[in-house]
Design a protein around this ligand. Structure first.
Ligand code: SAM
Ligand code: DTB
Ligand code: SF4
Length: 332
């Protein structure tokens, strides 16, 4: 089996619609062939600039136009961010992702501060990631030169469903930024959310867009909507674990080498449900008691889960380069 990016929508639909256990067996077989079973990347998120965002993403507590009671703050100080990253490293995280509630990155003093944050976290030996909205190619290159490893920019849903969720930018805007990240040689992290009121074709369509990019994203976060009071999606029902499993398994089969991240929504998932997601090929999580603005399981709870399920945290890319010399199956 080869890594393919010429999937058709119908092929992906046929995978997504397989009987659940058959789908899980197949995804698990692909995972065992391409990856180290039991190895899970542990990421920590930090919101370095919270709230007040001009966009209208219907799921997001940080959009200024919704009254969510969120406490907004300006860009944090560089030293505070570096100390949070050190703390995350001590707790076993190897990737640190800084989020800013911006529509797009601007070339100003705040961006200079972000470049300092990137450089400082990189010096800790962690994989540094940012998620700050749209980027030009020049900005992506400046981030890369400062030591950025990955950039998160989600497509969120399918092209057809996009304007039901967000109207202040287009799907093509998202794809353009993903192209700029790629051109700068930065690792691409792009995925989406389920539970937005989308139908099955929209879920399949989202995976179709990702799996047919010229190069698959190195990581694909699969978020379950965290319904936040005050947002237009506040009354959406919690997604079923079996829907998460279908998404994760389909992503695993179509993008075998990608880190598939069981992202937002874990706080509401018992360990038994999360175990199904790991079996279906999830090999990355966000850890630490906060995502960007909403709660997440604590490091201690995740440590117990790792022990129970026999999972091991994946080392950071830097150590990976060293250990690759003695390993037969190092990849991505
Ligand atoms: N402003 C930047 C952007 O939109 O790219 C970066 C931060 S934004 C909060 C990052 C991602 O978080 C979104 O693309 C969305 O997929 C996810 N997200 C935001 N709110 C969420 C929620 N309530 N539930 C699940 N995922 C959410
Ligand atoms: C992603 O796909 N999920 C993360 C990260 N990328 C930036 C964010 C989830 C946010 C959940 C809502 C919140 O905490 O504000
Ligand atoms: Fe702004 Fe990002 Fe939230 Fe959309 S998802 S409102 S762009 S912070």
């Amino acid at each position: 089996m080869q890594v393919r990016n010429n999937w058709t929508f119908e092929e992906i639909k046929a995978i997504y619609q397989k009987p659940l256990l058959e789908l899980m067996y197949e995804a698990s077989a692909v995972h065992q062939k391409f990856n180290r079973i039991g190895e899970v990347q542990v990421n920590t998120l930090l919101s370095v600039k919270t709230g007040g965002c001009p966009e209208d993403c219907a799921y997001c507590p940080q959009a200024a136009r919704y009254n969510t009671g969120l406490k907004a703050h300006k860009l944090l100080d560089v030293d505070d961010v570096i100390s949070k990253a050190s703390e995350a490293k001590e707790n076993g995280s190897t990737r640190f992702c800084m989020g800013a509630a911006w529509r797009e990155v601007r070339d100003n003093k705040d961006f200079d501060k972000v470049l300092e944050m990137v450089s400082g976290v990189n010096q800790l030996g962690m994989e540094v990631c940012c998620t700050m909205g749209m980027l030009t190619e020049e900005q992506a290159i400046r981030l890369k030169n400062a030591g950025l490893y990955a950039y998160n920019h989600n497509i969120d849903t399918s092209e057809e469903h996009y304007d039901k969720v967000i109207t202040t930018r287009t799907y093509q805007d998202r794809l353009n930024t993903i192209g700029n990240i790629r051109k700068a040689g930065i690792s691409v992290c792009s995925g989406g959310i389920i539970g937005l009121g989308e139908n099955e074709d929209a879920r399949i369509g989202m995976i179709y867009t990702l799996a047919t990019l010229p190069q698959h994203p190195e990581s694909v976060p699969v978020n379950a909507l965290v319904a936040v009071e005050g947002t237009p999606l506040e009354d959406m029902k919690r997604v079923s674990v079996f829907d998460m499993v279908r998404m994760i398994a389909t992503a695993r089969i179509t993008m075998p080498l990608t880190l598939v991240r069981l992202s937002a929504g874990r706080l509401d998932m018992p360990v038994a449900e999360q175990a199904l997601c790991f079996f279906a090929g999830a090999n990355s999580i966000f850890a630490g008691d906060k995502l960007l603005t909403t709660p997440n399981p604590s490091f201690a709870d995740d440590q117990s889960m790792f022990e129970l399920l026999g999972l091991r945290p994946r080392v950071a890319f830097k150590q990976e380069e060293v250990s690759a010399e003695t390993s037969c199956c190092a990849n991505h």
